[in-house]
Design a protein around this ligand. Structure first.
Ligand SMILES: *Cc1c(COP(=O)(O)O)cnc(C)c1O
Ligand code: SF4
Length: 335
């Protein structure tokens, strides 16, 4: 078979090695970025609640010496995470109530979402799944048969979404085997992956991944998760191109985050940079009120004003849909 990924390239190290080398020690992060050491006690305390993890390729995109860098803010544990407030809940989007089978969420018509793994290559401090009980609800391993039975019986499903954690933190052998099994269910037509790995660990986009993506009978969609235009550098651009060459439709979702992308100029530049790489903006999520991350919240009114301003600056196809996930609703709610 002719591979669609003619332009493959060699990464200096395998993605597994790059992942294993990710920075996990707050002291090392501060030192490498020439940041003041007085940030350390808070970073260590917050990292005990949700560990620090930053791959080296992402680190290279952070401006050294700037504690307010928008990329740094997404990964640096802060004292605010430990502050006890009564705002923010453990499961803000109602995932636990929507579980149809362990690790399988069937909230919306025609689409089922699998929480495939808890693992991620990066730990985003604002993550709304930081409290999800991954270990007890793995749909691809101990609950594989139950997952398949559910998918087989629910013939109204036409799209299977792999999410997480990050589904691309699973090895290609496992993913390809799972996808092959799902291909035998004729009602499934679309395979979608929600992933941040091509952006935070571009080494992940290698020949093995592109091969099974090119080979599947499913129409494939990857929803990337990029919050700031500076997250896209040359290597990430090449990873995105390789995914496009594998026949994947590429979309992006962002979360509106205080101190990261809470300005019209940044959001506009993000949309334009995405499109320069052939990626369309899909969703801009209102931040979910999750415990320990409330300092990222941007009030709805402020978000609405920014999106209204975006609409006057950009073509409609570059304005993401500003949405919120409200437990019990039949779709993401436009705000
Ligand atoms: C977000 C989400 C989807 C996908 O929704 P789209 O509007 O199709 O992007 C599907 N299932 C669950 C449980 C979700 O949270
Ligand atoms: S990549 Fe996604 S799931 Fe993983 S920590 Fe970041 S926001 Fe959470």
């Amino acid at each position: 078979m002719i591979s669609k990924t003619a332009q493959s390239w060699q990464h200096p190290v395998s993605w597994q090695t790059a992942l294993a080398q990710a920075i996990r020690d707050p002291a090392e992060l501060l030192q490498r970025l020439s940041l003041p050491l007085d940030l350390l006690p808070a970073a260590q305390a917050a990292a005990r609640l949700f560990p620090l993890r930053v791959p080296h390729s992402y680190l290279q995109r952070i401006q050294p010496g700037d504690p307010d860098d928008p990329l740094l803010r997404q990964v640096l544990p802060l004292a605010e995470e430990c502050a006890l407030t009564d705002e923010g809940v453990a499961d803000p989007v109602g995932d636990l109530n929507a579980m149809a089978s362990p690790g399988l969420l069937h909230k919306y018509h025609g689409r089922a979402l699998l929480v495939t793994t808890g693992a991620c290559a990066i730990h985003c401090r604002y993550c709304f799944r930081r409290h999800f009980p991954y270990a007890s609800s793995n749909p691809l391993h101990q609950h594989r048969e139950a997952t398949l039975a559910y998918l087989r019986e629910h013939t109204q499903l036409n799209e299977l979404i792999l999410s997480g954690g990050d589904p691309l933190s699973l090895p290609d052998s496992q993913l390809a085997a799972w996808v092959r099994e799902c291909e035998s269910l004729p009602h499934l037509q679309i395979l979608r992956l929600h992933t941040r790995l091509p952006v935070v660990l571009p080494e992940r986009v290698d020949d093995a991944l592109c091969q099974w993506l090119s080979a599947t009978r499913f129409r494939t969609v990857i929803v990337l998760h990029i919050n700031h235009p500076r997250e896209i550098d040359t290597t990430v651009g090449r990873a995105i191109q390789a995914l496009r060459d594998s026949g994947v439709t590429l979309l992006n979702q962002s979360v509106l985050l205080r101190g990261v992308n809470d300005s019209v100029a940044t959001l506009a530049e993000l949309s334009q940079t995405l499109f320069a790489h052939g990626v369309l903006p899909y969703y801009l999520h209102q931040f979910d009120p999750v415990q320990g991350a409330m300092h990222f919240a941007v009030p709805l009114g402020e978000g609405q004003a920014m999106v209204a301003a975006l609409r006057t600056r950009l073509p409609g196809y570059l304005v993401p849909k500003y949405v919120q996930e409200i437990p019990g609703m039949a779709a993401k709610y436009p705000v």
